[in-house]
Design a binder for this molecule. Structure first.
Ligand SMILES: *[C@@H]1O[C@H](CO)[C@@H](O)[C@H](O)[C@H]1NC(C)=O
Ligand SMILES: *[C@@H]1O[C@H](CO)[C@@H](O)[C@H](O)[C@H]1NC(C)=O
Ligand SMILES: *[C@@H]1O[C@H](CO)[C@@H](O)[C@H](O)[C@H]1NC(C)=O
Ligand SMILES: *[C@@H]1O[C@H](CO)[C@@H](O)[C@H](O)[C@H]1NC(C)=O
Ligand SMILES: [Zn+2]
Length: 512
């Protein structure tokens, strides 16, 4: 078929309003026409539901592919979508409906759920905001994000502040958005206030065991944790912890601050180990019965040496652990002098540690992978001086969460089902959304990602949607090209194009 014929077919189908959308992706020259087809949907079809935000105006439609990641394995399949729900699934890919998107050999999987992202709104939108952060997320196949209670200003430690976040996200979010609330020394013992935050929609709580870098988000000590545990356990909500206890280290005052090793030496694995040990001690000491939903969740584990201690404690306590895509992608040896885009806390460690983390992710010893997307303006990243000790710690990368995780996992022999467990199923359970998200099954929310696991992701700055483009992932060869994302039944991105309007919904209720 030549271009004109293909174009005419697309046009006729669109005008006929049967809107048969075929995937001509095998023919690269036709990709332009594919995006043109989306424009046609907007221009030619009188929107039957003007409030709909998605590209398609169909009240129901079907997505088919040769590789659908179902909860029990990968098979050819059809996913029937009505409104914001998956209403049926089938292994018969010959579907009668003219409202069918056939993605052929691309993988159709549950949308990625990133449980650890800093959107910083309100108050620090110049670092990152809901609009840009969730656009980048959905371009990378992330359909739900759970926002951290810092580095917005003010931080999310009471209901007034949570309401302000809800108002902003309601109109600006391209993905579904949920919220963690902050558990700080000022509210740790006030179970009334913590309860009000859950009532208002917080899915759980986040604490720091070391300085957070944000003055109004103080770190908790052992006594604060002990004071909060009876509430968290009886209420059945997760306790998300930045587990590093900072003690003094012998550092060389003459060491070069633009050398990565100088920074790494200031945050040894001992800090993570001491914090995790303290958390386990506090769990051992508390006798409150735990309701379903409660767990202590160790954020962004960087030290593989802590895994044995975690495993031992998991026999007694609901304890889960996360690492981030950057710990699976980069290691200290490869970081050039002055490149502060690699600075995060806990720090990227050596290559042997990275290999051990990848193995733990593949085996299931680590429950899930997040982005911990936490950018800051170039001045705060000390881009000019390249000073690792002064630079803000935080890596920008939600747009690359899926390809970076897949690249590491696949090289270690992991499967597509493993990827979905790490990026969708386990994150949904942590956030209390396991009954509605993270699976392709009838009754579940129609949040989907379509991607080509063997094709290169585009990591060039040209298509980076984050507010700040500085990222260690730039131009890194990663596998896993995101082709489309469906958010709550609405086709939100396709072939690098985004809708005109955001379609995200607030996630304010745990379903466990
Ligand atoms: C698959 O569905 C098509 C269309 O509904 C139908 O014609 C066909 O018989 C089905 N195939 C099988 C094996 O059920
Ligand atoms: C706990 O928080 C509630 C509600 O936010 C507040 O009214 C109360 O004074 C606080 N209690 C203490 C002891 O600080
Ligand atoms: C990434 O996308 C940009 C903009 O569309 C394009 O110019 C570039 O060639 C792409 N790079 C890769 C590696 O696909
Ligand atoms: C989004 O990012 C762009 C590019 O960096 C920036 O110009 C714009 O101000 C950002 N928008 C918001 C709402 O933060
Ligand atoms: Zn974080």
């Amino acid at each position: 078929m030549d271009r004109q014929v293909v174009g005419l077919i697309i046009l006729l189908n669109a005008i006929a309003a049967g809107v048969l959308y075929q995937r001509f992706h095998d023919h690269p020259q036709v990709q332009l026409l594919e995006s043109r087809a989306l424009e046609l949907y907007h221009k030619l079809l009188p929107p039957s539901q003007p409030d709909r935000c998605g590209a398609l105006k169909w009240p129901s439609y079907v997505i088919t592919s040769d590789h659908v990641v179902f909860p029990d394995g990968v098979r050819p399949g059809a996913v029937f979508i009505e409104g914001n729900k998956i209403v049926a699934v089938s292994e018969n890919t010959s579907v009668d409906s003219p409202h069918t998107l056939n993605f052929k050999d691309a993988v159709v999987a549950p949308g990625v759920i990133d449980v650890h992202i800093h959107l910083n709104e309100p108050g620090r939108v110049e670092w990152e905001g809901i609009w840009n952060g969730t656009r980048a997320a959905v371009m990378g196949g992330v359909t739900t994000v759970i926002d951290m209670p810092l580095n917005s200003n003010p931080v999310t430690t009471d209901v007034v502040q949570l309401e302000a976040k809800k108002r902003a996200a309601k109109v600006k979010a391209w993905t579904n958005v949920g919220f963690w609330a902050g558990l700080v020394p000022e509210n740790a013992a006030n179970h009334t206030l913590l309860g009000q935050l859950v009532e208002a929609g917080a899915l759980g709580f986040k604490s720091f065991m070391c300085n957070s870098g944000i003055n109004d988000f103080g770190n908790v000590g052992g006594d604060d944790i002990a004071a909060a545990l009876p509430f968290l356990k009886s209420r059945g909500v997760p306790f998300f912890v930045h587990a590093e206890v900072v003690s003094s280290v012998d550092s060389d005052p003459a060491a070069d601050p633009t050398a990565y090793a100088t920074y790494m030496a200031t945050r040894p694995p001992k800090f993570e180990q001491d914090a995790i040990r303290l958390l386990i001690e506090k769990l051992d000491a508390d006798t409150t019965p735990a309701a379903p939903g409660f767990r202590v969740h160790i954020a962004h584990l960087a030290d593989s040496g802590s895994l044995a201690m975690i495993k031992e404690a998991q026999a007694r306590h609901p304890l889960t652990v996360e690492t981030c895509a950057h710990y699976l992608t980069f290691s200290a040896e490869g970081i050039p002098n002055g490149k502060t885009q690699y600075k995060c806390a806990p720090p990227l460690r050596d290559a042997a540690n990275r290999a051990a983390l990848i193995a733990a992710v593949a085996s299931g010893a680590i429950d899930l992978v997040s982005s911990d997307h936490s950018p800051a303006p170039p001045s705060l990243k000390e881009v000019d001086s390249g000073n690792f000790l002064k630079a803000w710690g935080g890596i920008s990368g939600v747009q690359y969460l899926l390809p970076a995780t897949w690249t590491a996992l696949e090289a270690a022999g992991g499967s597509l089902s493993d990827l979905v467990r790490l990026l969708s199923e386990a994150p949904a359970r942590l956030a209390g959304l396991g009954g509605s998200k993270g699976r392709i099954a009838p009754g579940y929310d129609a949040d989907l990602v379509v991607f080509e696991p063997g094709s290169p992701a585009n990591t060039s700055v040209a298509v980076n949607l984050h507010t700040h483009k500085l990222s260690p992932y730039t131009d890194v060869p990663l596998k896993g090209k995101v082709v489309a994302a469906v958010v709550g039944g609405e086709l939100t991105s396709m072939y690098g194009h985004l809708n005109k309007k955001p379609c995200g919904r607030l996630q304010l209720k745990r379903d466990d």
